[in-house]
Design a protein around this ligand. Structure first.
Ligand code: NDP
Length: 469
């Protein structure tokens, strides 16, 4: 006699990956439940990409007001900014999106359980607030990730993370942000543009380790020119509270730098959220950093238990979690043969000011992989037309990395207002294995910044960083 279960699929975590998987599986006819302990929508919608981008838009207005002067506008210098109004508007939008997610799930026939869920056995899930156990034939772990704060730094507990930064009651007069990745750069840009004295403390020689070195250097210079104080080789040693925190904090680095700031924020990565899930009760294996161990198809060490998104620590990006969730549901409940994701060619954007974006191989990676003599780089570095009148000393930077006789495009690295929008389609070109000649054959759209990508003619010199690190 075959075993019967309460559900065909039980999803733990209603973030980007879990919601997509639940909805698609239900569409394939599965009986699905999804459990969420906080708010449906997950990190991206509730306290990540979406609210961050709304704050990023606000930050960009500061520059737009300044630039408008060159176009004949006056009086906007008197424009007053209210942090409280921005946060309230952001909260209203997030509440709307939360409602939409709930509606989408309900319309798809998914049962929503607003409770924490933990494993009680291989097919058994304990619903904490309801104090009962349910069973499922297939279980999907989609619990995402949480900010990582190093525990060995005295005073680190006084710092906020991106979770709290998006909900601060008041804008800090000054802030020290620790880290040199996406979140550190994005929040440093937001606080700086909105008027907080902003310090970014990064432990290494240059921000954005892993990205194209030239992009890293140029972005650091451009952010510095806009007012962000970037301190490299700045490893934080301890954080002191001043007057119990009422007068802010003093941050000490190993090399003796001290900064007194109103707020300290850690942006030092995110860790898979497997705390107290009791994976051991189901026999699910984890990696050294507590990420759920999965194969190329998101299957864990227990064949009927799968995991998608940040909890697997492959690429901590919303569209990746969505793609993994969708593919899981199509494979397991739709009988479709969906191939594994290509994790190498993922376009990404950093919503810093200026914005930056990247896809594929950096110049360094390409030279190492294909031999330096086989790699050609093309650059455009120009003052965008808008700034001929605004007077702003800002430049757009485009770089293409190509290899071989036919000039296959291996990577693209961009800085400037259009970068996040452009990288989407450049990502398609890299995935298609397009060649530089394909860009050359394309008629330019004039006047745009993007036309520079189809008019790149002469390869440039290999990039030489000043400190060669
Ligand atoms: P990142 O991995 O991008 O950056 C982490 C930073 O913290 C690195 O500079 C790292 O330095 C530093 N760091 C790590 N551990 C320590 C430590 N113990 N002490 C001091 N510094 C440390 O993580 P984020 O937190 O910025 O973002 C988390 C994830 O969220 C990202 O991986 C990204 O995928 C995603 N995200 C994507 C966004 C987007 O697509 N626009 C926006 C925001 C987040 P080092 O390089 O030296 O290791």
């Amino acid at each position: 006699m075959s075993e019967t279960f309460d559900y065909d699929l039980f999803v733990i975590g209603a973030g980007s990956g879990g919601v997509r998987a639940a909805r698609i599986a239900a569409g394939h006819g599965a009986k699905v439940a999804i459990a969420e302990e906080y708010r449906v929508g997950g990190t991206c919608v509730i306290r990540g990409c979406v609210p961050k981008k709304l704050l990023h838009y606000a930050a960009a207005f500061r520059e737009a007001f300044e630039d408008a002067r060159g176009f004949g506008f006056s009086g906007q210098e008197a424009a007053k900014f209210s942090w409280e109004a921005l946060i309230a508007a952001k909260d209203a939008e997030i509440a709307r999106l939360n409602g939409l997610y709930l509606k989408t799930l309900r319309n798809a026939g998914v049962e929503i359980l607003e409770t924490r869920a933990e494993f009680a056995g291989p097919h058994e899930i304990f619903l904490v607030s309801e104090e009962r156990i349910v069973t499922a034939r297939i279980i999907l772990i989609a619990t995402g990730s949480v900010p990582f704060v190093p525990h060995n730094i005295p005073g680190a507990a006084f710092a906020i993370t991106s979770n709290e930064a998006l909900d601060l009651k008041r804008q800090p007069s000054s802030i020290a942000i620790i880290g040199g990745g996406y979140i550190a750069l994005e929040f440093a840009s937001i606080f700086n543009a909105l008027g907080s004295e902003t310090h970014l403390l990064y432990r290494g020689p240059q921000i954005l380790r892993g990205f194209d070195r030239e992009l890293r250097d140029r972005l650091a210079a451009a952010m510095t020119a806009r007012g962000v104080n970037i301190h490299v080789h700045a490893e934080v040693d301890r954080i002191e509270r001043l007057n119990g925190g009422r007068d802010g904090y003093r941050v000490h680095t190993r090399k003796g730098l001290t900064l007194e700031v109103a707020e300290v924020m850690y942006a030092t990565g995110r860790q898979p959220n497997t705390f107290d899930l009791h994976l051991e009760k189901a026999g699910v294996e984890v990696l050294a950093n507590d990420a759920v161990k999965v194969n190329d198809y998101g299957q864990t060490s227990v064949p009927h238990i799968y995991a998608v998104g940040d909890v697997t620590n492959r690429a901590q990006l919303t569209p990746v979690a969505i793609r993994e969730g969708h593919a899981f549901a199509d494979r397991v409940f739709g009988g479709r043969d969906v191939p594994p994701l290509d994790y190498e060619t993922i376009p990404t954007a950093i919503f810093s000011l200026p914005e930056a974006a990247s896809v594929g191989l950096s110049e360094e990676e390409a030279r190492a992989r294909f031999g330096s003599e086989n790699v050609a780089v093309y650059r455009a570095h120009f003052r965008p037309m808008k700034h001929t009148l605004s007077g702003r000393d800002a430049r757009t930077f485009f770089k293409l990395v190509t290899a071989g006789e036919n000039g296959r495009i291996l990577g693209a690295h961009l800085i400037g207002e259009e970068a996040p929008e452009l990288i989407q389609l450049l990502g398609t070109l890299v995935s298609m294995k397009a060649r530089k000649a394909d860009l050359d054959a394309t008629i330019a759209v004039h006047p745009t910044a993007a036309e520079e990508l189809v008019t790149l003619r002469t390869p440039g010199n290999p990039y030489q960083p000043d400190d060669a690190s």
